[in-house]
Design a protein around this ligand. Structure first.
Ligand code: CMC
Length: 426
């Protein structure tokens, strides 16, 4: 708290309402409005455009400057020098691990990467063409049934092992969801492989064959996981916090987060980007689609452009763009027709007055979709990959919340419906 106060004057009130102001370590300070209910008001902020829903020490974003920090470290530095599991440790614990801590954490995650047969059986009950996010959401919720005994959210030890189970099993579940859609046998996790390498082997490997994963692709996959690891109080993370605030277990809260991520305005955008590129079909059609995106009477939007918070280049997109070039070169796909559309679209949109004025830049999903397509991951699986990387962020936020004093989240409303009236007599 600071000595500074805000004073809210309201017509009809004798005195101004005094509101405390809290300092942030960087970024905007906040005005504490909790006391205004005593004066008979709620605050009104649909879409939470000006609401800090919690205090957090995990991730900082400055959307105007295009800055993203995890525990203070810039995302591009983590993408260049760290790896996904080290970034997970950082998000969960607040500091980078030393060598011993990193090894212990890696071992703990690997030791918990096998999925219980009951969940494997559950996955097999779904239709082969079920959307992978529907299966993933159910499978993560089902982990609560498997670990029913170790889910005392007040015990630090239970919370720690749950983090290892979640991070360990997300790639296994993601790969199982894919194998099921292909009608192929599941591949068990291999503890001799790196995290992303193991995911690629479980996805593209064949039962009974030795793992053979390209290191360039494994590195690209690891970067995709790092770049999706956390993103402050976005819709799915806020869902996990709100859901968790009722005291429910973390698997249930994260299943709610997965459901939120599924939407095309959030994690589903990477899938939508590819569908849009396919719909555009040829470089010659780009102008028509750009015109549609600019037409106020047309609901069409350029998928992979714009962001609620970034009004500058998404710092994750910069790293992703570089990774995209590396992957396409490794796979010899520099002349891919879909990529040609993507590159041209990016150029046109970046030079178009509409996009410049509204500060609509390509976001992380624009490039991640192209990379995943090049790796051979089907479009419907893209959001599953996002969820796999994001699981640690959801968990870190849930853990931060339940480790501190918290209340059940219970927003209020501006009611504009009928006032009380009597049921008509018959
Ligand atoms: N194409 C064309 N126009 C757009 C776009 C777009 N992609 N995005 C925003 N606009 C326009 C919008 O029509 C509005 O115009 P006006 O002021 O004339 O009404 C203005 O820009 C502001 O848009 P908004 O919807 O009020 O902005 P928002 O902050 O609520 O929405 C967004 C952010 C990401 C939902 C939106 O930009 C969008 O729908 N983008 C496409 C989907 C997408 O790529 N989503 C991935 C987000 S990044 C992944 C993640 O972190 O989850």
């Amino acid at each position: 708290m600071t000595d500074k106060k805000a004073h809210l004057t309201v017509d009809g009130l004798d005195a101004a309402i005094e509101l405390p102001i809290y300092n942030s370590s960087t970024g905007p300070d906040v005005i504490d409005v909790t006391s205004i209910t005593k004066n008979g008001f709620f605050t009104f902020d649909p879409g939470f455009m000006s609401t800090a829903s919690c205090e957090s020490k995990i991730t900082f974003i400055d959307g105007d400057k295009g800055i993203l920090l995890h525990r203070g470290y810039p995302i591009d530095q983590l993408a260049d020098h760290s790896d996904y599991l080290e970034t997970c440790y950082l998000l969960l614990n607040g500091e980078l691990p030393n060598d011993t801590q990193k090894q212990e954490f890696t071992n703990a995650v690997k030791n918990h990467s096998a999925v219980d047969p009951s969940v494997a059986a559950l996955i097999k009950t779904f239709k082969r063409d079920a959307h992978p996010m529907a299966i993933l959401c159910s499978a993560v919720a089902a982990l609560a049934a498997v670990y029913n005994e170790g889910l005392d959210i007040t015990k630090e030890e239970d919370r720690k092992i749950t983090a290892h189970r979640l991070i360990g099993q997300m790639p296994t579940l993601a790969a199982m969801v894919y194998k099921h859609s292909q009608g192929e046998e599941f591949i068990a996790p291999d503890s001799t492989l790196g995290y992303a390498e193991n995911y690629l082997n479980m996805t593209f490997g064949k039962a009974g064959q030795a793992p053979k994963v390209s290191q360039v692709l494994a590195k690209a996959m690891d970067r995709i996981f790092i770049l999706h690891a956390d993103h402050e109080q976005n819709a799915s993370t806020s869902t996990v916090r709100l859901s968790g605030s009722s005291g429910t277990n973390p698997f249930a809260a994260i299943a709610a987060g997965i459901a939120t991520l599924w939407g095309p305005a959030h994690g589903g955008a990477n899938e939508a980007v590819l569908k849009m590129l396919e719909e555009i079909g040829s470089v010659d059609n780009i102008d028509k689609f750009v015109a549609k995106a600019k037409d106020k009477n047309d609901p069409f939007r350029l998928m992979g452009f714009g962001h609620r918070v970034y009004k500058n280049f998404d710092p994750r997109a910069k790293v992703m763009k570089q990774t995209c070039d590396e992957v396409l070169a490794e796979l010899g796909l520099e002349n891919d027709p879909l990529l040609a559309i993507a590159k041209r679209l990016e150029k046109i949109a970046l030079e178009d007055e509409y996009f410049i004025q509204k500060k609509l830049y390509p976001n992380v999903d624009f490039y991640s979709g192209i990379i995943m397509k090049a790796i051979g991951i089907p479009t419907e699986m893209f959001t599953v990959i996002f969820a796999t990387g994001r699981a640690v962020g959801w968990y870190a936020h849930w853990d931060e919340m339940v480790s501190s004093a918290y209340k059940i989240g219970r927003p209020r409303q501006l009611y504009t419906g009928s006032v009380q009236r009597d049921y008509p007599s018959k």
